[in-house]
Design a protein around this ligand. Structure first.
Ligand code: NDP
Length: 772
């Protein structure tokens, strides 16, 4: 190229990064990526290969981990865990050492990542590696602070961690840093396509003085992952596809293993007419062409307001024409290679199958590259608007009004992230809370940081990674819970009703007493055989009606904490006025003498959550941008609860009060053996201004109600404190819509108020950069 030509085109010259050091690093280790168990390498076998997707060259042989090797790694982690959990300060020093060594080897890590994954070196060097390092620094701090700030929490034990290929090192950091900080040890399985930076990381662990067994890495494929899921671990932390996430939910159901799932997404990128259009176009480059669109939170659905749509598309196409696609090791490249020909195939098939709208593509080189693509004129229901493509393909549609934008944005089974572009801060901040997403970026995209939780709602999974909220996923309340004995109803009868009038308690649905759909009821006896009354037997149709009532009461979630507090105080006042009657009822049913104390406790509980209703605040996270990340606490939605059997009133109130204080609507399955305190409680609700549908109360068999509650797609969470052990059934059935579950595994849980409040809320991080 002549100098004149360079001036004419103003094109970039090649600026290649050398791969020599990284290839030598691999060659020095025999060209094999394999296990790092108990601080030692091996076995190392050439079972399959990892390729450079940009060139097709083999980079290394990879060992496929067997179930036995997983067991060995888990045993090493188990042995190392108690000592590792002892000193937060020691852990902080080790995590700090890891961060420092990652900085020292940053270039090697970046080049290795680009070679293995195909992402542009500009991204691995400036985004993946620095963010991974930041995660270790940040969590060194959490290790130091654990004892003082989380005094009642302890490590879970051994965590099995499974990560995908799109951000191999960053996902490793997101998983390992918090686990180690909280005193857990880990067995991590990298993705089949991209195990190489995990090898460099293992080497760094040795250099940083990580005690043997604290970090174990087992390479392999999906079968190795499944073996890890089945192993004797205390938690599985998974990032990957919704399909595999669902399988893992089913596989771990009832095992007592903690689970966090960070799954797919189809995140909307909403551009209002008053947006800074050039910035919004530039934002899209990061939203959908960053990492070739292989990003779970990619802004893959463009929703643009009708009045500017044509102008916006024209500018976007011009910007697409300027994208540089090619050798990922070239520092001037914007879009690199797709991770593997298999993934390329999948993207190609999905786009070719589409017959709707207009497709605009720029040119891509031959090989494992896919051209940046824009498809306009799609209907919200079209496959490409609904399904995750996981490639550099942007599906676009238009909207007219803000409310239509919200409707289209939320028309998805996912709920990971969203971007809102508008120069009107009132509009942007009005829209952000209405979006079903765990993360919302205002006038920005793909901002992530160790200080702010990352994770989704709906089928994008549950749990958060990063920030204070992420620590909950790697800790549990200290101490051991006692086993719970199943409480059976009294069945002997002496033939004498306590009261000659027929007392058949109905269900309470949508603010009204309702006869059970099945028309059946069951007698409730005192321990001495007196007939106390009859309780209705609810069935699946009653649950459906209760869900409808919950949905009709959605307005409750938008009320102020102040209002909810007032109503809870009022419930407490009205219960207090009838304390004696409730105490007698409880004593009659249980045969005990603790009724008065239980009622008093229930009143205190109502006061406690009335107090919290307007005080369980969010946070402002200190993220390294010119701006803020607001961690807002939002209600989960509709919660189904199987109440504690032992405490007929206390068990109902202790779950109902925090849930409704935080703005949820609830379906409470009352104590199965002692249901009549819950049914008496209707009158208290009716006289306390609780809006219809906010609290629905059912009576009947927990075992029959549990699967329907857990399967219902419009129920967002199920909690079980029942003395019937229904944990496995609930977790298994919850896989359908990946609802949140909080179950007791047959143990007597003693959650703190904060545990209840955390279960009653989702954290949404709203990022608001500022400045002109
Ligand atoms: P997967 O969900 O299959 O893989 C994620 C991780 O899970 C990998 O380490 C994988 O191993 C492992 N794995 C696979 N099957 C099992 C199993 N049965 N039990 C336990 N672990 C298992 O995603 P893919 O990599 O196959 O990608 C498929 C699609 O998933 C993509 O096209 C994309 O749509 C989506 N995806 C979403 C991601 C996200 O962050 N939301 C990330 C990656 C993919 P291995 O890689 O060795 O097979």
């Amino acid at each position: 190229m002549t100098i004149k030509e360079i001036f004419d085109t103003m094109d970039y010259g090649p600026a290649p990064e050398s791969s020599a050091e990284a290839l030598k690093w691999l060659a020095d280790r025999g060209g094999i990526a394999g296990h790092y168990i108990n601080g030692k390498w091996g076995p190392l076998r050439d079972d399959f290969a990892s390729y450079n997707p940009a060139t097709g060259e083999k980079l290394a042989g990879v060992t496929k981990g067997t179930a036995a090797e997983i067991e060995t790694a888990v045993a090493a982690a188990r042995k190392a865990q108690p000592a590792w959990a002892k000193s937060g300060h020691k852990r902080a020093r080790v995590l700090y050492a890891i961060a420092r060594l990652m900085q020292k080897h940053a270039r090697l890590l970046a080049v290795m990542e680009t070679l293995d994954n195909g992402k542009p070196i500009r991204e691995s060097r400036d985004i993946d590696v620095p963010l991974a390092i930041r995660h270790f620094y940040h969590h060194a701090g959490f290790a130091q602070l654990m004892k003082s700030e989380l005094p009642n929490q302890e490590a879970l034990g051994v965590c099995g961690q499974i990560i995908p290929w799109n951000f191999p090192l960053l996902m490793l950091a997101w998983k390992i840093a918090p686990a180690l900080a909280m005193g857990n040890t880990v067995v991590l399985k990298p993705a089949e396509y991209t195990p190489l930076t995990a090898m460099v990381f293992a080497d760094i662990c040795t250099q940083a003085g990580v005690p043997p067994g604290v970090v174990n890495i087992v390479t392999g494929d999906g079968e190795t992952g499944a073996a890890l899921v089945a192993a004797e671990v205390d938690k599985i932390a998974f990032t990957g596809s919704t399909e595999v996430g669902r399988k893992i939910r089913e596989a771990t159901a009832g095992s007592g293993k903690a689970l966090s799932l960070e799954l797919g997404g189809k995140s909307p990128y909403i551009v209002f007419e008053d947006a800074d259009i050039d910035s919004a176009v530039e934002g899209l480059v990061d939203a959908i062409w960053f990492n070739q669109g292989q990003v779970c939170c990619a802004g893959s659905r463009l929703l643009v307001q009708e009045g500017i749509a044509e102008r916006f598309y024209t500018k976007l196409k011009a910007r697409m024409d300027g994208l540089r696609i090619g050798d990922p090791l070239d520092k001037c490249i914007d879009v690199g290679a797709i991770v593997d020909p298999g993934q390329l195939d999948q993207i190609t098939k999905m786009v070719s199958a589409n017959t709707e709208g207009e497709t605009y593509q720029v040119k891509a080189p031959e090989g494992c590259f896919y051209p940046p693509t824009l498809i306009t004129g799609l209907s919200p229901a079209s496959t490409l608007m609904q399904e995750e493509i996981f490639g550099p393909v942007l599906a676009a549609t238009t909207f007219r009004t803000p409310s239509e934008a919200v409707e289209i944005a939320n028309n998805t089974r996912y709920g990971l992230a969203a971007s809102v572009w508008s120069e009107n801060i009132n509009l942007a901040l009005d829209i952000a809370p209405k979006l079903a997403a765990g993360i919302v970026w205002v006038n920005g995209t793909n901002m992530m940081d160790a200080a702010a939780g990352f994770g989704g709602v709906r089928e994008s999974g549950f749990g958060r990674e990063g920030g204070w909220e992420g620590l909950a996923g790697y800790t549990k309340p200290s101490g051991t819970a006692k086993a719970l004995k199943q409480i059976a109803a009294f069945t002997t009868e002496d033939g004498h009703p306590a009261d000659p009038l027929d007392r058949t308690a109905k269900l309470y649905i949508g603010g009204k007493q309702a006869r059970p759909d099945g028309g059946y009821s069951t007698p409730v006896y005192s321990p001495r055989g007196k007939l106390l009354g009859h309780a209705s037997l609810a069935n699946r149709k009653d649950i459906r009606n209760a869900v409808e009532a919950c949905n009709a009461a959605k307005g409750w979630s938008k009320t102020s904490g102040h209002l909810r507090a007032q109503i809870l105080y009022y419930v407490a006042e009205n219960l207090s006025a009838r304390a004696e009657e409730f105490a007698t009822r409880i004593n009659q049913m249980t045969g005990g003498r603790g009724g008065a104390e239980e009622v008093e406790g229930a009143i205190r509980t109502l006061f406690t959550y009335a107090a919290w209703a307007d005080k369980y605040d969010g946070q402002v996270h200190g993220v390294p941008i010119r701006g803020v990340a607001l961690a807002m606490k939002e209600p989960v939605g509709n919660i189904g609860v199987l109440c504690d059997d032992a405490a007929p009133l206390g068990g109902l109130i202790s779950a109902m009060a925090p849930a409704i204080a935080m703005g949820n609507r609830v379906i409470m399955a009352a104590s199965e053996p002692y249901p009549l305190a819950a049914t008496d409680f209707y009158q208290v609700l009716e006289t306390s201004d609780v809006p219809a549908g906010v609290v629905n109360i059912l009576t009947g068999s927990h075992a029959e109600l549990a699967p329907t509650l857990a399967k219902h797609l419009d129920i967002d969470a199920v909690w079980s404190f029942s003395s019937s052990d229904l944990s496995a059934v609930i977790e298994q059935a919850s896989a359908g819509n990946l609802k949140r579950t909080w179950v007791n595994y047959g143990k007597a849980l003693t959650p703190s108020a904060r545990d209840y409040l955390a279960a009653s809320t989702e954290v949404k991080n709203i990022w608001i950069p500022y400045g002109e």
